[in-house]
Design a binder for this molecule. Structure first.
Ligand code: EPU
Length: 349
């Protein structure tokens, strides 16, 4: 990627309402739409070097305050470029402002596979490495080769490797204090061609496919995995267009094997996934449901009736209403299971 930008280019400025899938009322004091990388030196020299940045993609994993102070970047960079191709795989660079689900669909159509388990996740490509989006047994970090960023601490572009990005469950460098000067410009994905593709079907919701393959000799295609993931998500998760939400509101907590064993003795139905490091990841949705919160409301906010991990805005909620509900849920789970829940979306409220 080149650093030879035109220094005179500047992004467009507006003070405006910030769209977010939780439908929280939010106005950014100064929002700058970034649709051209040539604007970066201007942003660098005018304000961003010394100020904390707020970057908004599709607003699908954000808890926003009524007024967003300081400068906000509205990510609108577009473009999909093939970098290199072999008979087995392909390296494709995708601009941060592209829609995640549209990109997943386009990759499948082009015959580039690996992203099918991550279908229908709301948001932008640039947001995908931030929380290392993951679903149905795949995390995006497994498919990324580089994340290309503008580093405001030195005013240059950099190509970060997956090691640099420190990917972990719902976590990355971009969520940590040392990643706050980095603006994600594009993501390079290494995807497989058909001959080298293997389905990932371990997740319980994908068992119908693995069983059909085993018992009936059904040949599982990337499109079949995509279709199954889309069907499961539509069944379990509310569409933000009709019921405002930000997907999972809490992370699934990691506990020691001993803690998990103690809980299982008391709660034989406990849902827990063993991790390679010996710990166990507990299904927070299951614990929240056990505490009686599934489908309950508190003023203008509530817990979704089909997936207790998802909090929803039922009317005119503000961030503080959601955070108050999250707090009482967290206190109940702590009291009953001895586990502290952590909020999953990025909270600027
Ligand atoms: N469960 C309940 N009650 C509930 C919700 C879940 O008992 O209300 C149980 C389920 O029956 C299942 C287990 O908990 O046995 C896990 O549920 P599910 O498969 O729905 O997944 P999850 O652990 O609740 C995670 C991700 C989702 C992702 C799914 C599928 C996190 C924080 N969430 O949810 O991601 O779609 O797995 O891989 O890791 C998101 O991040 O926004 C998101 C939706």
């Amino acid at each position: 990627m080149s650093n030879r930008q035109k220094p005179t280019s500047r992004p467009s400025f507006r003070s405006q309402a910030v769209h977010n899938t939780l439908a929280l009322p939010c106005v950014a004091e100064s929002a700058w739409q970034l649709d051209d990388e040539s604007c970066l030196p201007w942003l660098q020299s005018h304000w961003l070097a010394n100020q904390p940045m707020k970057i908004v993609g599709a607003g699908s994993n954000l808890i926003l305050p009524p007024i967003l102070t300081g400068p906000t970047i509205l990510m609108a960079l577009k473009g999909i470029t093939v970098i290199e191709e072999t008979t087995h795989d392909i390296l494709v660079n995708v601009a941060a402002g592209e829609s995640w689900h549209d990109w997943v669909q386009q990759s499948l159509k082009a015959g580039w596979f690996g992203l099918e388990n991550l279908a229908l996740i709301p948001g932008t490509v640039g947001a995908s490495p931030v929380q290392n989006i993951g679903a149905y047994g795949v995390e995006v970090g497994q498919l990324i080769e580089h994340v290309n960023v503008w580093d405001f601490s030195c005013g240059q572009t950099k190509a970060l490797t997956t090691d640099d990005c420190q990917f972990a469950y719902r976590d990355s460098l971009f969520k940590k204090p040392e990643g706050q000067a980095l603006l994600i410009l594009s993501v390079s994905f290494r995807l497989r061609k058909k001959a080298a593709w293997q389905p990932t079907l371990d997740y319980p919701d994908l068992k119908p496919l693995s069983q059909a393959a085993l018992l009936d000799g059904f040949v599982v295609s990337p499109q079949a995995v995509f279709d199954q993931v889309v069907a499961v998500r539509r069944l379990k998760l509310p569409d933000p267009a009709s019921i405002p939400n930000a997907g999972s509101f809490f992370k699934n907590p990691l506990v020691s094997a001993e803690h998990c064993d103690r809980l299982r003795q008391r709660y034989p139905g406990l849902v827990a996934y063993p991790q390679t490091d010996g710990r166990a990841k507990l299904a927070a949705g299951w614990m929240i449901e056990q505490c009686g919160w599934k489908g309950r409301q508190l003023g203008d906010v509530g817990v979704h009736e089909r997936q207790a991990l998802v909090l929803v805005n039922l009317g005119n909620a503000q961030a503080r209403d959601l955070l108050a509900l999250a707090e009482v849920i967290g206190a109940d789970v702590l009291e009953r299971f001895g586990v502290a829940l952590e909020i999953e979306p990025i909270c600027w409220a």
